[in-house]
Design a protein. Structure first.
Length: 724
């Protein structure tokens, strides 16, 4: 079985790929003798079609090509082709729901092809909870356009005025004469109609939704829980070799000498030395592993000056000047009005993505064409990096993205795909690269260590008088204040999650809701400090200082569902509250914790989370994402911290880097706020931003101890309790 046949057979029931993998995109266009194609120019829909006299085709700097298209086939099936990928957040289900709703076709007739650079038009990547809120409306618009095309065709074929026809369940019919009807497949048969979306059609009112807005089990659920789902590491092709790559002992280390002769003595082993890339390859992975252990190498390792103990002092010493994000009123006036002032510093350590699936890729080069199966969040970015690395034009590189076993922002750099392609070119055979967990920890980009400094105050009535906020190296996502405070200033130092070049000793990058975890931890902890200092219940204090109706609504919903009764903290109940905004979604949560003061351990017993994400496309999927965020957030709040010394990463597996366990998971209750007045917003990240402050505030309520550094490991909890 060749590669394309293998993929077509294995993905037929998973993605609805059918036989499309046997064609290149150009061949696909040639072979669609029948069918209706509607093209989506996402950039135009996002940025406007006539921005400052600009012609159609996208904002300057973005591709002018369409970003996706849908096809209605002769068999009546509808297929959406998108460069987005499925890494566990559910667009494989929610996007077809959005398409089926507008097209008036049954959900089970809709297929979706994702993350294939030959079949799917260019896409910027899957991150930032943007798939539903930005790509979704464009897909809906294309479906609405396609429905108009179908109505036009039916009116002509049935000799009935278009206004008299109705589209429903994949059929166009005349209500006055039910026998006068044609299926979508019949209308598409023998036609080859290409439509480019010129204007944004009117979309359905969400109150009329029958498919979108309804809970649906995820399409990939069965294949994933039964182990049938294929990831990049699962792909096999004839003649492939497994690669193991020589790695430095520390970031910044330079290879001084290498002796590969002992590895070459093992039968069947091939050794590649290509500049900075030294690898051994064999048809069996264990033999490749053995061969790697035979290589003798010396590295020049830079002296360590920064470690996980002095990192925060280091960051403050190299921080650039403030970039003021927002300000209003006068801080000096606010300080004069303040009856009580509070000054705090909050610290966040480096955190790993720790996805279940390590980075993996398989590269195959046949003639002047390369195919790479890659675990990536941005297939088109990977394509361009591979093209540059092996010297082929980008159009000769095909990147296919099967299921991705978690990304969280960490699968955007594509190093493993480039390594596989370079090695495949060097040996003339398909090459499989899968990072070990140790390699994953070493080469991962980490959520940046960061510092937040806040100076704030309240007046005699419990109203916020001033707020002075500086965040160092976490970025501005979630930094701006949504509480009502007349005198305020918010500033960021050191850019976003990437930081200022050279400021971090380790590589940093986006980590689920980049920056917002840090900023929400600091802000919501400080709000609690202010509430306690002013003698107010933490929920009452927040409501007294909120004028944003959406935030008021989610906070009240969380409190009501939890059964909150007001009390000043610390009440010894172990209750905590936290609010935040991310990806256009408003969230509020209340938790109950139990603290073992002698051991410093924290058990989160219950979490109630309310979320306003606008129109909810798949309530079941939204709740699953909220539960996943809450569970994952336990890790960065309580245990996850990367220890290092200079360029040496000291945590390289789960013996020292602890992620949440099943036994930690609390009772989770989710509340979705109905809000059809707001377009769909992001749902894959918002709930996670609350967890640091939520647990810190609950610990304070239980013990009177305040935690200022994440993660809140037992020794830090015990030390804080001892200070009370």
């Amino acid at each position: 079985m060749n590669t394309n046949d293998y993929l077509a057979a294995n993905f037929r029931d998973i993605h609805g790929f059918e036989d499309f993998y046997t064609q290149s995109r150009r061949e696909f266009f040639k072979r669609t003798g029948g069918g209706i194609l509607v093209f989506i120019a996402l950039n135009d829909l996002l940025f406007g079609q006539e921005e400052a006299g600009r012609p159609r085709g996208g904002r300057p700097g973005l591709p002018s090509d369409f970003n996706a298209f849908l096809r209605i086939g002769e068999d009546g099936r509808v297929t959406c082709f998108t460069g987005k990928i499925e890494m566990g957040q559910g667009p494989i289900t929610s996007l077809p729901q959005m398409l089926a709703e507008e097209l008036e076709t049954p959900l089970d007739t809709v297929d979706i092809v994702m993350g294939d650079t030959d079949l799917c038009p260019w896409d910027m990547g899957t991150f930032g909870s943007m798939t539903t809120r930005m790509f979704g409306p464009a897909l809906q618009a294309a479906a609405a356009e396609a429905k108009v095309v179908l109505l036009e065709l039916a009116a002509e074929a049935l000799k009935v005025p278009q206004a008299q026809l109705v589209a429903k369940d994949g059929v166009i019919f005349d209500p006055q004469n039910p026998k006068s009807r044609m299926t979508y497949g019949q209308l598409a048969k023998g036609q080859k109609i290409e439509r480019h979306l010129q204007t944004k059609p009117a979309l359905k009112d969400p109150t009329r939704y029958k498919i979108a807005g309804q809970p649906h089990t995820r399409r990939d659920a069965e294949v994933k829980v039964t182990g049938k789902a294929l990831y990049s590491a699962d792909i096999r092709v004839p003649g492939m070799l497994y690669a193991r790559i020589l790695r430095p002992p520390a970031h910044g280390a330079k290879l001084k000498s290498v002796d590969t002769a002992p590895a070459r003595e093992i039968a069947g082993v091939q050794v590649v030395q290509d500049g900075d890339l030294v690898a051994v390859l064999h048809e069996f992975p264990d033999v490749a592993e053995t061969a790697l252990g035979k290589i003798k190498a010396e590295f020049d390792v830079p002296e360590a000056t920064v470690d996980d103990k002095n990192i925060f002092d280091h960051l403050l010493s190299v921080a650039p000047a403030a970039n003021v994000l927002n300000q209003g009123g006068d801080l000096d006036d606010g300080k004069k009005l303040a009856a009580k002032k509070f000054e705090s510093t909050y610290l966040n350590s480096y955190v790993a993505h720790s996805a279940m699936e390590t980075h993996a890729a398989l590269a195959q080069i046949e003639g002047d064409k390369a195919t790479v199966w890659a675990s990536t969040q941005n297939p088109f970015g990977a394509r361009d990096q591979i093209a540059q690395a092996i010297g082929l034009p980008a159009e000769k590189i095909r990147v296919i993205t099967p299921f991705v076993g978690g990304g969280f922002g960490g699968k955007t750099n594509n190093a493993e795909a480039v390594e596989a392609a370079r090695l495949a070119k060097a040996v003339g055979k398909p090459v499989h690269v899968m990072w070990t967990r140790e390699e994953e920890f070493f080469f991962d980009t980490f959520r940046p260590a960061a510092v937040v400094k806040i100076n704030s105050g309240v007046d005699g009535s419990g109203k916020m008088a001033f707020w002075d906020y500086d965040v160092f190296f976490a970025g501005d996502r979630g930094a701006q204040q949504f509480y009502t405070v007349p005198n305020h200033r918010t500033a960021a130092h050191g850019g976003g999650w990437g930081g200022t070049k050279g400021s971090h000793p380790l590589a940093t990058g986006a980590w689920r809701a980049p920056g917002n975890n840090t900023n929400t931890f600091a802000r919501e902890s400080q709000i609690d400090i202010m509430a306690a200092g002013a003698g107010f219940d933490p929920v009452v204090f927040r409501l007294n200082n909120l004028s944003d109706a959406r935030m008021v609504r989610v906070l009240k919903a969380a409190a009501e569902h939890f059964g909150w009764t007001p009390a000043k903290a610390p009440s010894k109940r172990g209750y905590g509250v936290s609010c935040g905004i991310d990806a256009g979604t408003y969230v509020a949560a209340i938790a109950e914790v139990a603290v073992d003061a002698a051991r410093g351990t924290v058990q989160v017993k219950r979490v109630v989370c309310a979320q306003d994400m606008g129109v909810v496309i798949n309530p079941e999927g939204a709740k699953i994402q909220m539960e996943g965020c809450i569970t994952m957030g336990l890790g960065y709040a309580l245990t996850e911290e990367v220890h290092f010394k200079g360029g040496r990463v000291l945590d390289t597996n789960y013996d020292t880097y602890e992620i949440p366990r099943f036994s930690w998971v609390p009772k989770i209750e989710t509340v979705l706020i109905k809000n059809n007045a707001t377009a769909p917003q992001g749902g894959g990240e918002p709930a996670i931003i609350l967890m640091g402050a939520l647990i810190a505030n609950a610990i304070h309520d239980a013990t009177g101890a305040r935690l200022f550094q994440l993660p809140m490991m037992p020794d830090r909890v015990k030390a804080a309790i001892q200070k009370v």
